[in-house]
Ligand binder design. Structure first.
Ligand code: ADP
Ligand code: MG
Length: 618
């Protein structure tokens, strides 16, 4: 039998490697930024077009490359950073695998201009899908400019897999922020579609944090400093009163490299222990310096996890250092024994996205008009949409039904207004006994076969979600003009997101005077919300956009509707009067999909008389 094993051609091997190194435009931005840092640049400029789908360019004033090095830099396993295996344990640079440029060049159009200080004239190199198409001399400043165009042009599946502009931009901004935070002594600027998003001067860490996260951050920061044999810890934590209900700004850097560590995060959180209410997360920017040999650096290029030799000691030192830092700033614990954690709204992003259909047992022989001929039918104004299977709860209500056994007057009333006829099945007796609120959390209502228990918060989310969707897609949303426009401040990256969502927000009733720099001026708001809620809604929306794991059917409007529904819905712990309870019940069952919340949680359960009977008889 003949031999069948072959070595893969370079361009194929590079494409395979690219699959690992380059997951999305943000990966390219990260690799290029890190190369510029490794090249000792003091100023680095990142230019993005269409979330990096058309252009990702990094221009630095670093040491540049000779013509030969420029050519070699695109070869796989070509690196200036390690020469022998031992070097791996003493790494001070970001890169070392020599894979990034080769990978990027395999799946994009790349143009590099580079010049070393001592050279008069630089090198221009164009590469498409691993092939050099042009090499020339060029006049260019000292340093390197690498422009990556048409990412994934030769892997359509990958290109199609890219998420919306706002999501990809968000990922790039995250990488930019991490790199900029890791190197406050380097100047960075960032442009997206010709707009300057950041212009960060070389500065100290405090100034860098403030210029990234807004002027108001300054007063929140508590300095943290500790030097021990195994680790030096520096940085800031935010005072507990500024803790957020989201895991927003939590940054660990180890030897100037951004890392994620649930273990270390736990150490910091536990230092805050009694200072934070449940559900709140501390903000921190912590920089750990450890001997390069004490961490396992040989990690996957795109992973941010790291392995420490002295994990346990590190945990203890970190925890006590943060505690000490907080103590020095007189941030004493406030114990609140009355705090009722059940009142906290269960806002987590762990909610499942697959809607579950509750089991509904239906009695097919049920005749609603048999129940109580004396029932009075209150007039209601909602319009039921007979689509979902919940309807079977209330069975066939066709007025043509031959099973009517009620008095002639009732039949007339049913026939004269078909819609009214469906309500009494939900509610019987007088208004005071139709619904009942349990623990300010559930609404209990009679149905023909027994009772229904509705989760008020989740049900209201569903109702609002459908209302917002309908407003933004079908109806023209109502907007109320504000007498005094509201001025809200945001960090530049959030401003960019709001700018992108502008049209969608307007379709729900928002009106904007300006969206620029660090300020949004709101002049109109949806009639369904109040002025005081605007900033909460926008904050929540930004958070949701950042956290949304988009699927194929991902749409901005949908995220917006979900987010607004979540912010605006009646919370667990809210007392509702009978009218409000009834409104929730009625509106829920006129939703297109009343069975689940927009995040896929069950909104109601039913319990039949049979089930209840069984409990008594068994
Ligand atoms: P690595 O960073 O792992 O060495 P890369 O593929 O990212 O691998 O880069 C290959 C080599 O190209 C680097 O080792 C470096 O010598 C050179 N290089 C890349 N980018 C720059 C830059 N901006 N300035 C100077 N040299 C660079
Ligand atoms: Mg590199």
């Amino acid at each position: 039998m003949s031999d069948i094993i072959q070595l893969l051609p370079d361009h194929v091997a590079n494409q395979i490697a690219a699959g690992e190194v380059v997951q999305r435009p943000a990966s390219v931005a990260k690799e290029l930024l890190e190369n510029s840092i490794d090249a000792d640049a003091t100023h680095i400029k990142l230019i993005i077009k269409e979330a990096g789908k058309t252009l990702i360019q990094v221009i630095d004033n670093g040491k540049g490359m000779s013509a030969t090095d420029a050519r070699l830099s695109f070869e796989r396993h070509a690196t200036s950073k390690i020469a022998k295996a031992e070097d791996l344990f003493l790494l001070e640079t970001k890169g070392f695998r020599g894979e990034a440029l080769a990978s990027i060049a395999a799946i994009a159009h790349v143009e590099m201009k580079t010049k070393q200080e001592a050279q008069e004239i630089g090198t221009l190199l164009k590469i498409e899908g691993s092939k050099v198409t042009e090499q020339e001399v060029v006049t260019t400043p000292t340093g390197t400019s690498i422009a990556v165009k048409n990412l994934f042009y030769n892997i359509p599946a990958r290109r199609n897999f890219l998420k919306s502009t706002s999501i990809e931009t968000r990922h790039i901004l995250d990488e930019f922020q991490r790199v900029a935070l890791a190197h406050p002594n380097i100047g960075f600027s960032m442009y997206h579609n010709e707009n300057e998003l950041y212009n960060l001067k070389a500065s100290n860490l405090r100034q860098r944090i403030v210029s990234l996260f807004g002027k108001k951050t300054n007063e929140k920061l508590v300095p943290i400093n500790e030097e021990t044999d195994i680790v030096t810890i520096q940085g800031f934590v935010a005072k507990p009163e500024f803790a957020k209900k989201k895991r927003g700004e939590q940054f660990f850097f180890v030897n100037s490299r951004f890392i994620k560590s649930a273990y270390l995060n736990h150490a910091v959180a536990s230092a805050f222990d009694e200072l934070l209410s449940p559900g709140y997360f501390p903000t921190y920017f912590l920089y750990l310096t450890v001997p390069p040999g004490s961490i396992d650096i040989n990690i996957h290029p795109t992973k941010t996890e790291i392995k420490f030799d002295n994990e346990k000691a590190l945990y203890a030192i970190l925890r006590s250092t943060v505690k000490h830092g907080l103590g020095q700033f007189n941030v004493a614990p406030v114990l609140d024994f009355n705090k009722d954690s059940s009142m906290e709204t269960p806002y987590t992003f762990t909610e499942t996205t697959t809607p579950k259909t509750p089991n509904i047992t239906v009695d097919p022989t049920f005749n609603p008009f048999k129940s109580d001929p004396s029932t009075s039918y209150p007039k209601q104004t909602y319009t039921p949409k007979p689509t979902a299977n919940w309807e079977s709860l209330y069975v066939d209500l066709e007025p043509s039904s031959t099973e009517f056994e009620s008095s002639p007057t009732e039949i007339i009333s049913v026939i004269s207004d078909e819609k009214e006829a469906q309500i009494p099945l939900l509610q019987e007796e007088t208004s005071s006994s139709k619904t009942y609120q349990l623990h300010n959390k559930y609404i209990i209502s009679n149905i023909k076969s027994g009772l229904v228990v509705i989760h008020q918060h989740l049900a209201h989310q569903r109702i609002l979600y459908e209302e917002y969707l309908e407003n933004s897609t079908i109806k023209e949303a109502m907007s109320q003009q504000l007498l005094f426009p509201l001025s809200l401040s945001f960090i530049p990256s959030d401003i960019a997101l709001i700018q992108e969502m502008k049209a969608d927000l307007e379709s729900t009733g928002f009106g904007f005077e300006t969206i620029a720099d660090e300020t949004v001026i709101v002049k109109g708001i949806p009639t369904t919300i109040s002025e005081s809620q605007v900033s909460i809604i926008l904050e929540q929306l930004l958070e949701d956009i950042k956290n949304e794991i988009p699927d194929a059917s991902f749409s901005q409007v949908d995220i917006l509707a979900k987010s607004m529904a979540k912010s605006m819905s009646i919370k667990t712990g809210t007392t509702l009067d009978v009218k409000e309870q009834e409104e929730i019940v009625n509106k829920l069952f006129s939703c297109k999909d009343p069975n689940s919340s927009p995040y896929g949680k069950t909104t109601f359960i039913t319990m039949s008389i049979d089930e209840i009977d069984k409990k008594f008889n068994s």
